[in-house]
Write a protein that binds this ligand. Sequence first.
Ligand code: GDP
Ligand code: MN
Length: 386
Amino acid sequence: MKIHEYQAKELFKKYGVPIPNGGVAFSTDEASSVAETLGGYPVVVKAQIHAGGRGKGGGVKLAGSAAEVKTNADDILGMTLVTHQTGPEGRLVKKVLVEQGLNIASELYLSILPDRATAKNIIMASEAGGMDIEAVAAETPEKIIKVLVDPLTGLQAYHCCEVAFGLNLPAEAMKPFFKLLTSLYRMFCDYDCSLVEINPLVLTAENDVIALDAKVDVDSNALFRHKDILEYRDLDEEDPLEVEASNYNLNYINLDGNVGNMVNGAGLAMATMDIIKMAGADPANFLDVGGGASAEMVENGFRIILSDPNVKGILINIFGGILRCDVLATGVVEAAKKTNIAVPVVVRMEGTNVEEGRLILAESGLNLITAVDLKDAAEKVAEIVA
Ligand code: GDP
Ligand code: MN
């Protein structure tokens, strides 16, 4: 689960990772009040959305006076911010972080994330931090250093040295940096993070190291033990269909294609998406209704798929194990009766009570296309949406 920069900085503060003074504001007036508490200018006004690249998109603005804070906050609040991470539709900005401006000597990059290949945590750092880190990674990858930390033994002093020397830090900045990295690593583990990233990590003219930006991603599977993170959830930043699906305990992810698909089991869903691609079409979503889905869940899943305007055809692919084919068929028929299905539906099912299931579909009077196997199903639906 992603959280906002201002929330990530609350966690940083709790762990003693240095951050600029500042506060979140939901209106221009609030932004002005926060700025007044900061004891001088410049201050920075930063759009809070769950996407990076805000600086380049015009979502981070420096203000040299109280009047400029007002103008900046006015401009940024309510704007639709488009960055390379938001997609062309952009994001509506509803809050800003107002912070003291810093005397930046250099902008560094620092992140920690799990590395699947080595089953270790990896610390990445670069002297060439700031807004062009993607270009650094693509063109001069040698400027990014990587240090692996075994999660069983944890972060050791030599790891910190390796990162600090790799960053060419001045001697005066070593001690504060060690402290920062140690705290950050502890936070990363305590909160089951899948990413913590500071870009830029700023080295000031006074040789202080301060997290100017903060990005934290917490493994959603660990949220049950981090109730404080759950409170940070911002539904405005999530896809509305995905939010609705999560209310029904459905695993749904909205994608760009036009073949809606409903499958039981994550593995089968992945295979179904592959085979849709192989048939020359693109899935509009991932939807795993789960092994033990009820007719009601099938109905909800069906309704969610249908409310995606991109969907031009639907493929239902169910292997009847715990979810019996007759239960599935009942759910589909119920949903179909309640919703006005404007697109063709291809059904492929096999397994427990498949004959009963087919009978329910056949007698429903609905215009459903049955497929004999998975390949046949994918080809039929691909032909429909072509
Ligand atoms: P991002 O573009 O979404 O990653 O947003 P960041 O928080 O990283 O801000 C983008 C850029 O704005 C930074 O790389 C800085 O160059 C600049 N910036 C942010 N805060 C300050 C500040 O306090 N002082 C100055 N001079 N520049 C800042
Ligand atoms: Mn940044």
